[in-house]
Design a protein around this ligand. Structure first.
Ligand SMILES: Nc1ncnc2c1ncn2[C@@H]1O[C@H](COP(=O)(O)OP(=O)(O)OP(=O)(O)O)[C@@H](O)[C@H]1O
Length: 261
């Protein structure tokens, strides 16, 4: 993997929205193979931070680098996967297959039909999240949790080196939360960097290397999940009965996670 230093790094990041400070001097890094969770109460600035890190929301101060390149100059978007908060896509009347295929756009050249590798990545990503049989359905016809799984499939189809997920488990049943934990575990084993906004840590808890906690737009904790005391806004890490099953990073599905990109 051609990375030097962190996949994602931000320093002194400040964002104002509607004239109000939402992020105030935030610093965050995510290294290849590292899973960082972003926690904090409603309105603490988690989604704004994620959007600012990806250049979707402008920042007024500070610096963001992706794979060492300042955001302004960064063009290698095929290296980045993003699972937005579901509400932003929920009304789409696009077909499931089209939504996931959008994850391949950064790999394609204009006016060239999708290659076999593109179709393969789409089919495989749908299969991983258990949505193959809904490929021809309109996204808006699916349940909330199913829509969320399609958005995860789209990000997986990109075969990213940095995967950013904003509350990917919102509305998703426990079984499929475990599926996501399994998928993320395999990506981490391949040195993908993961930044995930979570409301409840849940089945992902065993994968998390570091928790960054925001409060009123500031980082108030950056360290191991376990060192977070009680009484925080997240209700995470209820002991999982078999975290080892999720943490098995050895059984790599090379066809999904490896190969061309
Ligand atoms: N476009 C906007 N204009 C003005 N204020 C905004 C805008 N978007 C977000 N905000 C404000 O910024 C603050 C942080 O919002 P953000 O969505 O980043 O929080 P969050 O931590 O992701 O919250 P949640 O857990 O509820 O998703 C909130 O007070 C919100 O009202």
């Amino acid at each position: 993997m051609s990375t030097n230093g962190p996949a994602l790094a931000a320093a002194d990041l400040s964002v104002e929205l509607g004239g109000l400070p939402v992020l105030r001097g935030v610093g965050i890094t995510v290294a290849p193979g590292e899973a960082v969770t972003l926690l904090g109460g409603n309105g603490s600035g988690k989604s704004t931070l994620v959007r600012a890190l990806l250049g979707l929301t402008p920042h007024q101060r500070g610096e963001v680098r992706l794979f060492g390149t300042p955001l302004r100059q960064f063009r290698a978007w095929r290296r980045v996967g993003y699972v937005p908060q579901r509400s932003t896509a929920a009304l789409s009347n696009a077909l499931v297959r089209e939504v996931v295929a959008a994850g391949r756009l950064a790999h394609r050249r204009p006016f060239v039909p999708p290659r076999r590798s593109d179709r393969h990545a789409v089919a495989e990503s749908l299969e991983v999240v258990g949505m193959s049989d809904r490929a021809g359905d309109e996204l808006r016809r699916l349940s909330g949790g199913q829509q969320q799984r399609v958005l995860i499939a789209r990000a997986l189809a990109t075969r990213p080196e940095l995967l950013v997920l904003d509350e990917p488990n919102a509305g998703v049943d426990l079984e499929h939360q475990h599926v996501l934990a399994d998928v993320l575990g395999r990506l981490l084993a391949r040195d993908v960097a993961v930044l995930v906004v979570l409301h409840e840590v849940g089945p992902l808890g065993g994968l998390i290397d570091r928790a960054v906690v925001l409060r009123e737009g500031r980082v108030v904790h950056d360290g191991p999940l376990g060192s977070l005391g009680q009484g925080h806004h997240h209700h995470g890490h209820h002991a999982d009965p078999a975290p080892g099953a999720l943490l098995d990073r050895s059984g790599l599905d090379r066809s999904l996670l490896g190969g061309e990109s």
